[in-house]
Design a protein around this ligand. Structure first.
Ligand code: GDP
Length: 283
């Protein structure tokens, strides 16, 4: 589900996040691997400053493999524990366990010194809309998740999913607000589906995506649509209309339909493995 972020919504989301943070030791922050910084909540470092932190580059299956490695190195260098995952298939998820141990090492050590032994680490998943939080919780928690969720009479208040004897997970993710930094960030958020399509000018967005693909992945565009990419994104879009016989009455290119198709092909991975931003753009 997508949300629109008016100041009231943001204040509410922030308050809820602050409440949840009081209960937990570890924040598992989900980013979209296709645009890791654009899909990162702008205040998360501030909000989670006293917590153990893990960053998951989710939807890694849709992103450019070499960029995944670059982003992983980037966040590691900033002091985070990082893992690429595909929440849909569960790929990469088993590698999270050792990261949780590492990320919470200090906390466990503190507990031990205070004589607290065996208290589980309490974790929550957080991220902006559509990064895959619910899918991830389902994959990560597996059967345990449905077990707690189906109990009648326990739906109110906080629900914890006992993952094993060491870790408990809050059953609802923290929904974070996206960045509003710049038009370029907004466009990337729209491309990855974190902003409602109704609010988007599809043709403009498709043209922006095509411009990006022409620069970084021209072969993918050419292969998918059997076209020779043109300097001009709108002309390329028109070529796509012709190649795909995407016409309105009278053989007029249906640019809106072609735009929706290109965006859908990107979002679903049919265009190939694509990352929209590189770490060096964010130094
Ligand atoms: P949330 O809003 O953050 O809870 O996101 P959802 O869990 O509802 O996921 C949004 C969409 O992304 C759904 O269509 C999921 O199936 C899809 N999705 C989630 N994780 C992955 C992933 O790792 N790879 C792919 N290809 N799709 C994913």
């Amino acid at each position: 589900m997508n949300y629109q972020w008016y100041p009231g919504h943001m204040t509410k989301a922030k308050r809820m996040m602050q409440e949840d943070l009081k209960l937990i030791d570890l924040v598992i922050e989900l980013l979209d691997a296709r645009a890791p910084m654009s899909s990162r909540n702008p205040d998360i470092d501030e909000l989670g400053r006293n917590k153990s932190r893990i960053i998951l580059l989710n939807k890694a299956d849709l992103a450019d493999k070499s960029c995944n490695a670059q982003w992983k190195a980037y966040f590691k260098e900033k002091g985070f524990w990082v893992q690429e995952v595909n929440a849909r298939t569960g790929s990469g998820i088993k590698n999270i366990w050792p990261l949780i141990k590492e990320a919470c090492r200090e906390k466990l050590e503190r507990d031990r010194k205070r004589g607290i032994i065996g208290r589980p680490v309490r974790a929550m998943v957080a991220g902006i809309p559509n990064v895959g939080k619910s899918t991830f919780i389902n994959s990560f928690a597996g059967k345990a998740c449905t077990k707690t969720g189906n109990k009648p009479g326990v739906t109110k208040g906080k629900q914890w999913i006992r993952l094993n004897k060491e870790v408990e997970l809050l059953d609802t993710p923290g929904i974070l607000w996206p960045r509003f930094d710049s038009e370029a960030v907004g466009e990337k958020l729209a491309m990855i589906g974190s902003i409602k399509d109704e609010l988007i000018h599809m043709e403009e967005l498709a043209a922006t995506l095509i411009t990006c693909l022409q620069k970084e992945y021209p072969a993918l565009l050419q292969e998918r649509y059997q076209i020779i990419t043109n300097e001009d994104a709108y002309m390329t879009l028109e070529d796509i209309c012709i190649s795909r016989r995407c016409f309105q009455k009278g053989e007029v290119p249906d640019m809106v339909r072609a735009s929706a198709m290109v965006l859908e092909d990107f979002r679903s991975g049919k265009l190939g493995n694509i990352t929209l931003e590189r770490p060096e753009e964010w130094l």
